[in-house]
Structures are given as C-alpha cells and as structure tokens.
Write a protein that binds this ligand. Sequence first.
Ligand code: EPZ
Length: 423
Amino acid sequence: MDSIRIVGGAELNGRIPIAGAKNACLTLMPATILTDEPLTLTNAPRLSDIRTMTTLLQSLGAEVAGLQGGQVLAMSSHDLTSVHADYDIVRKMRASILVLGPLLARFGRAEVSLPGGCAIGARPVDLHLKALEAMGAEIDLAEGYVKARAPAGGLKGAVIDFPLVSVGATENALMAATLAKGTTVLNNAAREPEIVDLAHCLRRMGAQIEGEGTATITIQGVERLGGATHPVVVDRIELGTYMLAPAITGGTVECLGGRMELVGAFAEKLDAAGVSVEQTKDGLKVSRKNGRVSAVDVTTEPFPGFPTDLQAQMMALLCTAEGRSTLHETIFENRFMHAPELTRMGARIEVHGGSAVVTGVERLKGAPVMATDLRASVSLILAALAAEGETVVSRVYHLDRGYERVEEKLGACGATIERIREA
Ligand code: EPZ
C-alpha cells in the first residue's frame, strides 16, 4: 500500500487545476444505461472510483472506453447483456447502487447487491427503494441483493416525497423517471450541483426535466433517450480542499475552474475565519487576510449548506485557528475518524457524538498517521502541509478514490510532498 510523505512548513503559491467532479461522474456514467446510443463524458476525473464504475458497467455488457488519458469516457449500452450488479464490485463502492434506477427503467428488471454500511456510517438505501416502489416497482431483498421488477407496461410516474434529503436517492429516482410513463414529481429533492449536472446531461439525451437545483424536480417521462456528449461539472469538493491549502499554509493559490456558486456556504466560513476568496476570470484565488486564522463554528447540511465532504478538511484548518471552534456533523453519524489522527499531530479535539470541539494550536507537528476514508485522508495531508517536520500518511488508497495527482498539484505550488510506492 502506497503512502505519502510530506515535510510541512512551506507557504504554497501557484495555480491548481480542478478536475471534473467524482460524484457527478459516478451518477452520469450509469445514465448510459438509459439509452442504446453512445454517451460521452468529457472532463472526467481520473480516479479509482471511476475505474470501479467502469468495471461495473462493463460487467453489465456496456462498452466504456477511457480516451485522452481517461478524461473522456466514451460509453455505449447498446448491447447490455446483464442486469446483475455483483456483490464483488458493489462492495467496493456504494455509488454502484446508482445503476438500479436506470436498469429498471430501460429493462424492467435489476438485481443489485446491497452496498452495506461503510466507515462513515450505516448509509441505508431505503429511500432509493421507496422511490422506485412509488413508481410501481416490486422489490424483494434476497441473498443480499435488491431484486427489482417494473410493472408490465414499465415504471409509472409518481409523486415522491422524500422524508430527508438524499443525493443518491434523488439521482436514482430522477434517472428512472426519465423513461417512466407520465409525470414524476420529486419533493424535498437534493439540490447539489451534481444533481443539476445530471439533469443537464439527461436533458441533452432528450429527457424532459424542470426544477433541478430546487427542492422540487418535475420529470415528464419520454419513450426513449438518445446519445449525447456532456462535460462533467467541476469538483466542488476538490475545489474546497485546495482552497484550504493556502488558508492553512499561507501564500496564495488560484484554483482553476473554481466558481463561487459551487462553494458559497464554505467560502462564507473561510471569510469569517479570515481567508479571502476572490473570483477571477480563471477560478478562485485564495489567501489569508492577516496572520493566523480565527475559530468559526460549522454545521454540515445538504446543499446549499456547508458540505459534509469538506468537514474533515475544514477541521484541519481549524486545528491551527486562534480560539475554539465547534463542528456539527448532521449528515453522517461517524464522520470524525480523522480527529484521533489529527490529535496525533498535536491537535486539540474533543468529539461528543455528532459534534467536535477544536481548540486551535499555534503549530501542528508531523507524525505517522493513517487515512481512514477519502476526505479524512486529505484532511491529514492539509494538516501535514502546515505541520512542523515530517508526516507520513499511510493507506492512501482512500485518497486515490477521489483525488487525482495530489502530489503533483501541491508539489507545483511549493509543497514538499512525495508518494512512497510499495513494491
Ligand atoms: C453522496 O452520498 C456522496 N456520494 C457523498 O460523498 C456525500 O457525502 C453525500 O452524498 C452527502 O452529500 C456520491 O455522490 C457518490 P445521501 P449519498 O443519500 O448519496 C441517509 C464523498 O466523500 N440515507 O445524500 O450516499 C444517509 O445515511 C462521499 O465523496 C438514508 O437514510 O448520500 C445519510 O445520513 C461520501 N436512506 C443521508 O441520508 C437512504 O436511502 C444523506 O445521504 C439514503 C440516504
């Protein structure tokens, strides 16, 4: 298993290109199942999660070719041969459940392994299943699989009231509804930019959708969808992560492709902490306003609130802030696993259930630490950039799920960072 070695203390200055969004790409790829014509995604990120989705789609008989080094994904589900998403692939990545809605909508049948829990929480899929049941699907849970069947005439439009906001359930229902008979209304739908991007792509494919980006999405089912070419939206979580780099080390970094509307609530917190964020023609330019940043309180919420996927990275910054900050995690029940690792680097953090109180210290100190999940691992990298001395972050396969070329991107701005490859 590879690890990453960082010697902290250097200011970061330069420009970092932000890739296409992992979480958008992971829902845009299954959209290929909805049509027998080619779907091409440009600006795709080069990540292990994308390779896992590729393997899953190929196991169903789809063609998926990575062109231009993987930045273009040319897909076709013309000759799909299977509706069975196997446990061996699904267990590697929960987003695999996103093939369920499209399979059911186009083929009337799907068998998808239940993804099970994961490190950050239980993460059930009941809302995905209820939405599809409301559209007429019959669903059985047997031998660890979701076995779903559409009624004889195909899925039917329905009014679906989500009891809580779920990104994945909104995506599955949205994709399924594009081919259902009649009108579907999704109430309390997720408003994340990845949902908006999915709706844009589906519309290019011929879907009739209104209201994406608001809490109510209305879909008028169509007979069939066609091919399209669609650019994946910028990754707001990668963007936010790199915005934190100069905030924690000092210096000025311009995140290329960054747009304020993708990170509004997050940028407001940075501003309150004493970090300036400026929209330029190429992206977002970030630097500290004065010396040390100040403590701020943060509560994670569905978009447009502060994203749970930036909570760990924000905690790394607040470990070095002047004063005491409280972070409330409201989306996942177990998303503070980075706290004990940050503590190994000299941070002062107390976790009580869904809240963490961070008392800032002047300087973190390098230490050997271990990545526990994707966002936790990058929070350790941010902390290490600011820490005195050497940090080795092990188990970086978590990092590779969601960040491409971290060493190159940070190294180009002056960080001392290298990957230690295990033979
Ligand atoms: C998506 O996960 C993202 N993953 C996550 O990114 C992100 O943290 C999350 O949305 C929240 O923004 C992808 O897009 C691939 P949810 P998802 O359904 O769709 C509960 C990262 O680091 N819930 O919005 O699985 C659930 O347990 C990751 O890139 C149910 O109870 O998240 C959670 O508490 C990790 N029943 C809450 O809803 C359900 O059927 C929100 O989860 C579905 C969800």
